[in-house]
Design a protein around this ligand. Structure first.
Ligand code: SF4
Length: 429
């Protein structure tokens, strides 16, 4: 038993139909009150009838009556308006600061034991690392699961919107620049997100726009600004890039980011920053106004084509300058990576765009895009699949990731619609 669960029980009135105080007075609840998460009584403005007399005031909830004294409420005037002390176990009489004795409701007499068992099974699951409600989840009606997942999808997008808002602030409200920085951030993947973002910020978009349709010059500028064209090279390609960068540098005030920021360890060679920068250069070359281009697209397939950009030919058989690879393969972003850019960068950006402009249709379009994309595949998604919850698209996989990381892992089952349904399932006698 926890106080949070008692709040939940009181808030949802998961109690017997007939209630009585410890001294035998009847209690009828007209309004449970507003849950207060700050200092002071737990529920404000409750409306009750106690022994036929109507009361409006506050409710304080404790595991035991004696917690009232432990928390020194007897010396605190802000508890003088408590009209009912709700406890799980009544172990002593208490008084208000003004000397009055509030009536006490002992909940253990009015709660079905199955509620406590259901809650306990969620909080102390047999397999804590998986989906904690794995055994009970299949019994939850699908309309409850699906509507909760719809909410989780939006929560997930909202959580990802924070980085969009930060960049929008830094760009003084420029959607094109925010889009350019954001795409760069996610081109870097988890490991090189920050250096990629710094690279984009150090390389003015207007400068890149001058060489639209010339991917090599754009790659020269980005590689140079990434600090990757310092020193001596054997191969012609980096030497050409170096010469281009030196020429571009003349007249423009360019400061490269430190080459030490880039990480090559523990990532697949196809995701090395060298490859990603070349792919990014191709994306920038194909569309200097990326935000406007993407805004016109409502079809995820069309976006995938634009974002599935290819690195320069040199990278077919290289992962780093001057180091030939054993095999030659074109280095495209690939559909999965393009989908990740849509999921992580474009969808939150479009959502914020709709919010800032007060145009709901863009927010709906953001969710609709996720619904067009195939479900993602990772450990968390496989855990839900193993208990029969098979996501139909990326909107649902994003929802499951949000659910697992923000609810299941923190055991926030009391704030979860699935948990609510599980807790209130009482076996028929
Ligand atoms: S938060 Fe919801 S989905 Fe997760 S374990 Fe609890 S009840 Fe299940």
């Amino acid at each position: 038993m926890t106080e949070a669960f008692l709040h939940y029980i009181w808030q949802h009135q998961m109690v017997a139909k007939t209630l009585a105080t410890t001294d035998g007075q009847s209690v009828v609840v007209h309004r449970v009150g507003d849950l207060n998460r700050d200092a002071g009584p737990d529920f404000f403005n409750a409306h009750l009838s106690i022994d036929g007399v109507e009361w409006v005031g506050n409710i304080e909830v404790h595991l035991r009556s004696s917690d009232w004294n432990v928390h020194r409420h007897s010396q605190d005037k802000s508890y003088n308006n408590v009209i009912l002390h709700v406890v799980y176990e009544h172990d002593c009489e208490i008084t208000l600061e003004n000397g009055n004795v509030p009536p006490t409701l002992e909940l253990c007499r009015f709660i079905h034991p199955a509620l406590v068992d259901n809650y306990d099974a969620l909080i102390h699951p047999a397999e804590p690392d998986g989906v904690p409600c794995a055994q009970r989840l299949p019994g939850v009606p699908s309309f409850i699961v699906n509507s909760w997942l719809d909410r989780m999808t939006v929560e997930r997008i909202e959580a990802k919107s924070q980085v969009v808002r930060r960049l929008l602030d830094e760009s003084c409200g420029s959607w094109e620049q925010t889009c350019y920085w954001l795409m760069a951030h996610y081109f870097g993947g988890k490991v090189n997100a920050l250096p990629f973002e710094l690279l984009a910020k150090a390389t003015d978009q207007r400068l890149l726009a001058r060489w639209k349709d010339n991917p090599r010059r754009i790659e020269a500028l980005l590689m140079g600004q990434a600090g990757m064209l310092e020193g001596y090279f054997e191969d012609d390609y980096p030497r050409q890039l170096q010469a281009d960068y030196d020429a571009l540098r003349t007249g423009a005030s360019l400061t490269p980011v430190s080459s030490f920021l880039w990480k090559f360890f523990r990532i697949r060679p196809s995701a090395f920053p060298t490859i990603r920068i070349s792919q990014f250069a191709n994306l920038v070359a194909s569309s200097s106004n990326l935000f406007s281009a993407l805004l016109e697209m409502t079809d995820a397939g069309e976006m995938e084509k634009l974002l599935d950009c290819r690195a320069a030919d040199y990278w077919d058989n290289h992962y780093r300058f001057d180091q030939p690879a054993a095999k030659s393969t074109p280095k495209r972003m690939g559909r999965t990576q393009a989908d990740l850019l849509i999921i992580n960068a474009w969808v939150p950006l479009l959502f914020v765009y709709g919010e800032v402009r007060g145009q709901q249709q863009y927010k709906e379009q953001a969710v609709a895009l996720l619904q067009q994309l195939p479900p993602e595949d990772n450990t968390v998604i496989r855990q839900f699949q193993a208990v029969g919850l098979t996501p139909a698209n990326a909107a649902q996989t994003q929802a499951l990731l949000q659910l697992k990381s923000r609810y299941c892992n923190d055991r926030r089952c009391l704030q979860c619609s699935i948990g609510h349904n599980i807790i209130k399932q009482i076996p028929k006698d």
